[in-house]
Design a protein around this ligand. Structure first.
Ligand SMILES: [Zn+2]
Ligand SMILES: [Zn+2]
Length: 240
């Protein structure tokens, strides 16, 4: 049973073991049901014939992280027993996704070293380790009446969507892009840009696209507190 720990937890919560108020208990059970569906869909994708669908598995793992992420913990935070519930759910997700995460980790090794792709004379992309899609796009564009060139770099954040690089730094990055060396481009962005390379997960040393991160922008009213990305293997980093 691929979601065995979550199913057992769901049944215990439904029987009232966490002593939650009725409305909260229903919400928690519904959330665990959604997690069970997500993990089972990931397991089906891993068992697909003739080949496992690894990008789908990774997307389901990221989805499970989103469902147990900061927004959810904040929602629980107002209630008694919230820490216990959140910890129990996270523990069950970890247990039920461990094998899938190990597979995604192993399969992603090839994607981690994939070269930079050239999309056109002015556009490049860094591939996602999970799906090979565009994790970061880097496009030369002209700005202003003088037509000064800048390199527009995409972000995985929904808050800061693009960052730009101009001048000598831009020429350095372009030279690395021409050489197609993903590791060098990422290292350069990380060390020279204030926003770093937000698609890069330090713990994995891999780059992922938006579909393969659980991305959560945290707001307090209209105040943006921060944006966080969690990779399919469960590593979280701040991106804004
Ligand atoms: Zn991807
Ligand atoms: Zn990671």
């Amino acid at each position: 049973m691929s979601a065995g720990a979550l199913i057992a937890l769901r049944d215990r919560i439904a029987e009232g073991e966490m002593a939650l108020a009725d409305e909260l208990q229903r919400a928690v059970v519904a959330r665990v049901d959604e997690l069970i569906e997500t993990v089972e869909a990931g397991a089906r994708a891993a068992a697909r014939v003739p080949h496992p669908d690894w990008p789908e598995v990774a997307a389901r793992l990221a989805r499970a992280r989103y469902l147990t992420g900061r927004g959810w913990r904040r929602y629980l935070g107002d209630h008694a027993n919230a820490d216990v519930v959140a910890a129990a759910i996270t523990h069950a997700v970890d247990a039920d996704t461990r094998a899938l995460a190990a597979d995604v980790e192993r399969v992603g090794a090839a994607g981690a070293t994939a070269p930079v792709l050239r999309r056109s004379a002015e556009a490049f992309s860094i591939p996602c380790a999970a799906c090979g899609g565009e994790a970061v796009t880097l496009t030369v564009s002209k700005v202003g009446p003088a037509g000064a060139e800048q390199l527009v770099v995409s972000s995985v954040s929904p808050v800061t969507v693009f960052r730009s690089i101009a001048g000598p730094r831009m020429r350095d990055v372009l030279a690395l892009l021409e050489a197609a060396d993903t590791g060098q481009v990422v290292a350069h962005l990380r060390t020279t840009q204030p926003g770093g390379c937000d698609a890069w997960c330090e713990a994995c040393d891999r780059v992922y696209c938006k579909q393969h991160y659980a991305i959560e922008a945290q707001w307090s009213g209209s105040w943006h507190e921060g944006t966080f990305a969690t990779c399919p293997l469960g590593h979280e980093h701040r991106i804004d």
